[in-house]
Design a protein around this ligand. Structure first.
Ligand code: ADP
Ligand code: MG
Length: 685
């Protein structure tokens, strides 16, 4: 036997038998450094291989388990390294051939007339059934591949069998793994204990036990998430007393606009106005599809702040968007004598200094900014309202940093990425939520077409016609550079192609790896109509408003998620002209096709979001990162919403009793919260 006695949970994975420096590195790259990490490396699914199929009942195409004796072994009698091995095996019902290509070296693993388990797909070769490259084991051996078999996430170069063998060897350590959930919480939520959970995650014997094990693990992860989020939020709840605004001037502002508010905008403003006039601090989420007109609602709120003698700030995720807001705000507030100011990183030092001074002495009343405003040297004299635009692009912490620059500050969070109500509560705390579900009048839905790659030329011919009419075109590619491993049109290559194709027009390229200044310059030129065709990666995804652009072409559209496609499409259809979106793809992937169909069938972002959730297959995680919360290893916030609710409850209890997580029995939770939130949780924990 190996040096098992000396292996401990904290030992490096490299201290295991058979794990040399090369494999150790592979494990490390998959985030597995210690034995304990490996024990926490859980199967992504399970395969039920309890049922043995008789050889006579085998069907082509089916994954099957047989238990059979080896009758003959045949390996060509030469010394070529990669010659195949063919076995004839039989049970009491019949016989079948088993083939391992390049498998000559496997020959010694099989003894004649001994029973083995084989698991694999049955194929047909000249009307004879074969099993090619099955998994196998000696029947009844400890490594028997019969049973409920865990399927682990792939680690390149490490086989499933090896992972299972290693887990088995380490299973005696399961009892030593810290069972860190406080006992009363575990009891109340009927959690399986750690040892049971680990054993049944890795070596399940029946489905119910797997469920109990999984519940325990997912619950633990979500408990840590919730405890961290709620801990951060406690600061927010202390300051319930808010600043009240006088909103009586809003009507004049609305009359001054050159359009009428939509019903959705009116409703949203009613709610916000109520919040602002009330004594409680506003804490509201405003969801509205791309182009639904959230900006003007933000302006109304900021106008009220200004009229009440308070400063306000709107924070946007990109400089381009901030500049665009500056333009809009400057135009809209001009006649009221309000001069909105900009604060972004790329500004001249001197200019920046002036704005920062103006914020500190109160002479700047309205600010449009990027995250540059979060820096410590930016202070406000009398901050009354903060708005984050495109909130999903910010982390949980950034919003907090912003409103902590004042006291009792009203908070408005805007996003075009709809999320289910329950999730909103969890991600954004106890935010009140409103939606704008109507579009401004005269907006025509974007005509969306799914085009096969073979029809690309037609699409570009159509685009050329639109350019002749004076319109502008976006072309989006999924990658910046050509990559050998991924077969997709890159933006750079596409740029070269389109420059040649549209030789009479101005074609430009923009992508995420470009310097901010260059990006801004290109965007500026595009919005001034100096560029006809803009080839881009997803950097144009957020917020940009160029009404004269009416054609959006998305290459390799199968590589984008639904929400992303919808955001991209939202770049067109922003003016009175009819707009078009082409999704170019030759993918035969079911999900990709379905996504395309959904895009063609509706322009409603809320509907798309719902469909998106339905479409996500098991195992595909809800993009937590996109919403600025830490990455989860086990849990899917949508699929596990009921566990999440329980964890939320438990976290609340925990923090009510022990607000600083100081009690010894909560040290395990505290440690894990710290490691999940890392730098983000710059608190006294
Ligand atoms: P988003 O919600 O995506 O941020 P914007 O606020 O940028 O949308 O609005 C998109 C465009 O619609 C802007 O050009 C804006 O001036 C215009 N708009 C907003 N509200 C209305 C309305 N009620 N009627 C007509 N146009 C409007
Ligand atoms: Mg916007």
């Amino acid at each position: 036997m190996m040096n098992l006695e000396s292996v401990e949970l904290k030992s490096n994975i490299g201290s295991l038998r058979g794990i040399g420096p090369k494999k150790e590195k592979i494990f490390n790259e998959s985030g597995i450094n210690t034995i304990e990490d490996f024990i926490y490396f859980f199967p992504r699914s399970y395969q039920d291989r309890r049922e043995i199929t008789k050889i006579k009942d085998l069907k082509p195409g089916a994954d099957s388990l047989i238990v059979a004796k080896v009758l003959t072994k045949k390996a060509p009698n030469n010394f070529r390294k990669n010659s195949p091995l063919s076995l004839l095996v039989s049970d009491d019902s019949g016989a079948i051939e088993i083939v391992f290509f390049n498998g000559r070296f496997l020959s010694r693993l099989f003894d004649l007339n001994i029973e083995y388990s084989f698991f694999g797909r049955i194929s047909e070769n000249y009307a004879r059934f074969q099993m090619i490259h099955p998994e196998f084991s000696k029947a009844g051996s400890p490594e028997d591949i019969r049973g409920i078999i865990p399927i682990y996430p792939r680690i390149p170069g490490i086989s499933q069998k090896e992972i299972r063998r290693m887990q088995k060897e380490l299973s005696h350590l399961y009892s030593e793994v810290d069972d860190w959930i406080p006992e009363d919480l575990a009891a109340e939520n009927r959690l399986a204990d750690m040892e049971f959970a680990l054993k049944n995650m890795h070596f399940p014997t029946d489905g119910k036990k797997v469920l109990a094990a999984k519940f325990r693990m997912v619950f633990s992860e979500l408990l840590v998430l919730e405890t961290g989020l709620q801990y951060m939020r406690k600061g927010e709840q202390r300051i319930n007393e808010g600043i009240s605004f006088d909103c009586s001037n809003s009507e004049e502002f609305i009359r001054g606009l050159d359009f009428d508010l939509t019903e959705g905008q009116k409703e949203a403003w009613e709610k916000i106005r109520n919040d602002l006039e009330g004594r409680q601090r506003m804490n509201r989420l405003l969801q509205g599809d791309v182009g639904s007109g959230k900006t003007v609602v933000a302006e109304l709120a900021m106008y009220a702040a200004c009229n009440s003698g308070y400063q306000s700030v709107i924070m946007a995720p990109t400089e381009i968007l901030a500049k665009q807001h500056l333009e809009t705000f400057t135009r809209d507030f001009d006649s009221y004598g309000i001069k909105p100011k900009l604060l972004i990183s790329s500004m001249e030092r001197k200019e920046k200094k002036e704005v920062i001074e103006g914020l500190a002495d109160g002479s700047v009343s309205m600010l449009i900014a990027t995250h540059a405003v979060l820096q410590e040297n930016v202070r406000f004299k009398k901050l009354g309202l903060v708005i984050t635009d495109e909130q999903h692009r910010f982390g949980v912490n950034q919003r907090r940093k912003l409103y902590e620059k004042g006291e009792g500050v009203n908070v408005l969070v805007m996003t075009a990425t709809p999320i289910p109500r329950t999730l909103a509560v969890i991600l954004y705390g106890d935010l009140d939520s409103s939606q704008i579900r109507t579009m401004p009048k005269g907006r025509k839905p974007v005509k969306t077409t799914l085009s096969h790659k073979d029809d690309r030329n037609k699409v570009y011919t159509f685009a050329a016609e639109k350019i002749k009419e004076g319109r502008q075109v976006y072309v989006v590619a999924p990658l910046i550079d050509d990559s050998e491993s991924i077969e997709a049109v890159s933006a750079t290559k596409l740029f070269d192609e389109l420059k040649a194709k549209f030789s009479d027009s101005k074609v430009e390229l923009i992508h995420g790896a470009m310097k901010q200044e260059s990006k801004d310059m290109v965007m500026q030129d595009f919005s001034e109509g100096l560029i006809d065709v803009l080839v881009s990666t997803v950097v144009i995804e957020v917020g940009i408003n160029v009404p004269n652009a009416t054609v959006m072409i998305i290459e390799n559209s199968e590589r984008f998620g639904l929400a992303q496609l919808h955001q991209l499409r939202g770049r067109v259809g922003r003016g009175s002209e009819e707009s078009f979106c082409f999704l170019i793809s030759d993918s035969e992937n079911d999900i990709a096709i379905k996504r395309g169909e959904i895009m063609c069938s509706t322009n409603d972002g809320f509907e798309i979001a719902e469909k998106d959730l339905e479409l996500r297959g098991p195992g595909e995680l809800f993009g937590t990162k996109q919403h600025g919360i830490p990455e989860l290893l086990l849990s899917d916030l949508v699929k596990h919403i009921d566990v999440l609710e329980k964890a939320q409850q438990a976290a609340k209890q925990l923090l009510d009793r022990d607000p600083g997580l100081d009690m010894p029995e909560n040290s395990g939770v505290r440690e894990r919260v710290k490691s999940m939130f890392g730098e983000d949780l710059s608190l006294s924990l």
